[in-house]
Design a protein around this ligand. Structure first.
Ligand SMILES: NC(=O)c1ccc[n+]([C@@H]2O[C@H](COP(=O)([O-])OP(=O)(O)OC[C@H]3O[C@@H](n4cnc5c(N)ncnc54)[C@H](O)[C@@H]3O)[C@@H](O)[C@H]2O)c1
Length: 352
């Protein structure tokens, strides 16, 4: 049996989830954690019985570490990821990859030059219902896709944006925005995963009910490469908060997925609909992430970590490579640019 791959985790807020996921992932071993926050560092070293580093550069010098999970503030991901790649470490990068397209391009170049593997965290892509819906759309069970509409009516209390680990949230510099780039980026990526690439967007945003710099509500119209149109709204202002909702329809059918449950599924042959509804419809337990940022299952993270190990061993691309994970950031940044300029923005313009 191959030796377990040694992981280091930097950033011990959400990074705690990464630690638990590494511990439960097959073929992975948590060798070290790193944080400049001494209390967080000491707690994780004690809880996981691993090495602890206060300085990131010291963890990167540790020859035992083969892969690093980057779980720091979003606006630090690309630079810290590139540092790890240059040190010859494989990577897992939390969502969003970073907050600007040019920085992600630099990370891609660093990963390519170093010849390491980089997997990205968008755990919704590992969800079985989403995978089966994607396959069904690709098989033409909706007919020609016409509409792809998504909403995320979430709530965040003021306290979420306060304190040493809250005040970067809702800033342009480190969060790249608010409800769209932070909470909403999973929904942007999921819409792309299911509907395909976005060609252009028109967007609007505002700060309505928080003392933050960026935005707590964003609204956009999406034009997809395949001709479908869509809408997207994300907010952290909704009281009470509601679940993520997707409403997709094509020339032959539609589905509505809300809070992890398939509410409507009128697509494909009866056997396909029945299977999807039996597996994911009706009375299943609803997801509860709307107002609690830490209510995230570690399952998706575990699968992505196991996949990185397999990608390294088998010398193949990880299941969520940089190239596909960056599109959500290209789209989010285009929505912000459109809101600022009052013009439709072509996504390809973000790659130049
Ligand atoms: N996949 C998900 O569902 C999910 C959920 C929550 C957060 N996230 C992402 O995780 C990332 C972190 O979010 P968070 O809520 O944990 O933030 P946080 O502020 O709680 O944690 C970030 C940590 O990074 C540490 N840090 C910053 N710079 C460092 C450096 N140079 N060296 C060592 N440590 C450093 C900070 O001290 C802090 O402890 C964000 O990008 C966020 O978008 C993802």
């Amino acid at each position: 049996m191959a030796k377990a791959m040694n992981f280091g985790v930097v950033g011990l807020g959400m990074g705690g989830h990464h630690c638990r996921s590494i511990v439960s992932a097959k073929g992975a071993h948590l060798a070290a954690v790193c944080d400049i926050d001494e209390e967080r560092l000491a707690r994780h070293v004690k809880d996981f019985g691993c090495k602890g580093y206060k300085r990131y550069s010291d963890m990167l010098k540790d020859p035992e570490i083969e892969a690093v999970c980057i779980v720091t503030e979003s606006g630090k991901h690309a630079q810290m990821g590139a540092q790890a790649a240059e040190a010859g470490k494989h990577l897992i990068v939390e969502k969003p990859i970073d907050i600007t397209p040019p920085r992600i391009t630099k990370l891609q170049a660093a990963v390519k030059k170093a010849g390491v593997k980089c997997g990205c965290i968008f755990q919704s892509r590992m969800d079985n219902c989403n995978i089966l819906l994607k396959r069904s759309i690709e098989k033409g069970h909706l007919g020609r896709l016409i509409g792809a509409h998504a909403s995320l009516p979430w709530f965040r209390a003021d306290s979420y944006f306060e304190g040493p680990h809250g005040s970067w949230k809702g800033t342009w510099k480190l969060d790249g925005g608010g409800s769209l780039m932070n909470q909403g980026i999973h929904t942007v990526d999921l819409v792309i995963f299911l509907a395909g690439a976005v060609k252009s967007v028109c967007g609007f945003y505002a700060v309505h009910n928080h003392k933050i710099e960026a935005e707590d509500q964003a609204v956009a119209i999406l034009r997809f490469e395949n001709g479908a149109l869509g809408t997207l709204y994300t907010t952290t202002c909704c009281i009470p908060d509601g679940p993520q909702r997707l409403h997709f329809f094509g020339t032959k059918g539609s589905f509505i997925r809300q809070g992890g449950t398939l509410e409507v599924c009128e697509m494909g042959p009866p056997k396909v609909r029945e299977r999807l509804l039996n597996l994911f419809g009706g009375k299943r337990k609803k997801q509860a992430v709307g107002s609690d940022p830490m209510a995230v299952s570690t399952d998706g993270h575990t699968l992505i970590i196991e996949d990185l190990v397999k990608a390294v061993r088998g010398n193949r691309e990880p299941v969520i490579p940089l190239e596909s994970a960056r599109h959500a950031v290209d789209v989010a940044c285009s929505i912000i640019k459109s809101a600022r300029t009052g013009k439709e923005v072509q996504i390809s313009s973000m790659r130049k």
